[in-house]
Design a protein around this ligand. Structure first.
Ligand code: 6PG
Length: 231
């Protein structure tokens, strides 16, 4: 049974997510002296990131990593790393260390070794992972039908994997992707999905049907997570 947390509006959604993530990261800092939080790009988490900027967490002990990246330069409007740097790493959260995925390599596949070395320096398993979902049932950059999808779902896959998505309205032109593998997400101490709107709710309900092979549903079967939703 999926664990839905439903809220009347997006402010209440953000308040609840902030509280849940803060307590997880705070406990990690108290217990292990450091914490790691892997976050999605996309557009949905923006108000949560803005709220988290004001969090009194000891950000200097927190690594913020990406769950996925579109293989675009830093001056591209669809760079997840720049989105997170601008919307989360400000105010109090400016003290966090941001670990991105983009390198100077031409393709994500060429960069896999370097990105895994980078991610190897982050405390793992991740203390918290924030996922988004697309209307095609993808999460992180685990896109349905992508080249590399089965390798990304393989047991024992490396933390970061390269995929080439099938171009669609959801992917835009940015089909070359780096993503956390399903295993890396599944091992995290805390996994939350943040979605808004009735269309995404309906898609998620469909993905959770046992007959579905949509990536977000496959991930839930591997590692159940809480789904935070507001209209
Ligand atoms: C990405 C994301 C991705 C995102 C969903 C939802 O880089 O594309 O990290 O997994 O969370 O596509 O995106 P929206 O929040 O923009 O709908």
């Amino acid at each position: 049974m999926a664990n839905w947390r439903q809220f009347e509006d997006r402010d209440a959604l953000v308040t609840a997510l902030r509280a849940g993530i803060e307590s997880q990261l705070q406990a990690a800092v108290e217990t292990r002296g450091q914490a790691s939080w892997a976050v999605s790009g996309g557009s949905t988490p923006k108000p949560l990131f803005e709220a988290m900027q004001q969090s009194p967490l000891e950000w200097r002990h927190i690594d913020v990593a990406l769950v996925d990246e579109r293989w675009v330069p830093f001056d591209h409007p669809r760079s997840n790393e720049v989105f997170v740097a601008q919307n989360l790493l400000a105010a109090r959260a400016a003290d966090a260390r941001l670990v991105g995925m983009k390198t100077g390599h031409d393709t994500a596949a060429d960069a896999t070794e370097e990105v895994n070395t980078r991610y190897g320096a982050i405390a793992q398993p991740f203390d918290s992972v924030l996922l988004g979902v697309g209307l095609d049932g993808h999460t992180a950059s685990l896109f349905p039908g992508a080249e590399g999808l089965e390798a990304a779902f393989a047991a024992g896959a490396p933390t970061c994997v390269a995929l080439t998505a099938k171009k669609s309205a959801v992917t835009g032109d940015e089909v070359d992707r780096m993503s956390l593998s399903a295993d890396a997400i599944a091992q995290a101490r805390h996994v939350l999905v943040m979605i808004t709107g009735h269309e995404k709710k309906a898609m998620m309900e469909q993905a959770l049907e046992p007959s579905s092979s949509l990536p977000i549903g496959r991930l839930h079967a591997l590692r159940p997570f809480d789904i935070y939703w507001a209209p």
